[in-house]
Design a protein around this ligand. Structure first.
Ligand code: FPP
Length: 251
């Protein structure tokens, strides 16, 4: 089945950047009478699948919402388990990332993460820095409103220091002060588990992004589901506020 879906993909019309809100681990586990942590473990397998597929089909940037600012309010044992899973993931995947030319990075308020995880993130980022095939970004302790406030503060400080005038601040300069300054805006946002919300993820960057919602829970979101999302994207008509005639004139 998924081999057929793969053949249908048009390599010239792939999204350059896919962002994903991975939702539904808890419900996946609950439906099976398992602990929420088991759901996150299965979710980590979906992460592996999707990273591998992006690399194989040629998606250049993948950004995953792995832990939000709000997630710190979850029960301490669940937070601890998520941190352990993340640590294990980095440890297990670093060699494959280097081999497969995957550049790893993390965005968010990383200073709130356990010191050991911070060290692992820094080491993984440094070891994979040369990766040219795929940039994998994990959003950790991330909140888009905080990211925007931080950018505003940095710009205000530069104005106060006389390095900039308020008129120098335009969209490009603003974007250069976001965590995502080195990433193109996402072309496709996927959210699993039937929720139709953005949940404080990449609010600035999603301005023109195509949105794809599926009822599939994240631990069940594997090759076929991801290929279906890419194919759906390829059927979309992206006009960025222009008319169809203007778009055709650009071709
Ligand atoms: C949402 O499901 C998922 C999360 C809050 C964490 C995402 C983490 C993973 C996919 C696994 C670890 C990640 C890596 C990178 C190894 P939920 O718990 O909100 O599900 P629910 O809405 O059904 O309760």
């Amino acid at each position: 089945m998924s081999a057929g879906l793969r053949q249908k993909l048009d390599p010239d019309r792939l999204p350059r950047h896919v962002a994903i809100i991975m939702d539904g681990n808890g419900r996946w586990a609950q439906r099976r009478g398992l602990s929420r942590i088991r759901g996150h473990q299965e979710g980590a397998e979906s992460v592996r699948t999707v990273v591998r597929l992006c690399r194989e089909v040629g998606v250049a940037y993948l950004t995953l919402y792995a832990f939000s600012e709000e997630n710190w309010q979850r029960p301490p044992l669940e937070v601890q388990a998520l941190m352990q899973l993340l640590g294990r993931y980095l440890q297990q995947e670093i060699a494959e990332m280097v081999e497969n030319q995957i550049a790893f990075r993390a965005i968010g308020d990383l200073s709130r993460l356990p010191a050991k995880i911070q060290r692992q993130l820094a080491a993984t980022t440094a070891a994979t820095g040369g990766g040219q095939a795929l940039t994998l970004t994990l959003a950790l302790s991330y909140g888009a409103r905080s990211e925007i406030v931080l950018a505003a503060r940095q710009l205000a400080a530069k104005v106060r220091a006389g390095l900039l005038t308020p008129e120098d601040i335009d969209r490009e300069l603003f974007a250069q002060h976001l965590y995502t300054k080195d990433l193109p805006d996402p072309d496709l946002l996927i959210r699993t588990s039937g929720e139709h919300r953005i949940s404080n993820f990449l609010l600035w960057q999603l301005a023109y992004t195509e949105l794809y919602f599926t009822d599939t829970l994240w631990p069940d979101f594997r090759e076929e589901e991801f290929l279906a999302a890419l194919l759906d994207f390829q059927r979309r008509d992206r006009r960025f506020g222009l008319t169809q005639e203007q778009i055709e004139a650009q071709l």
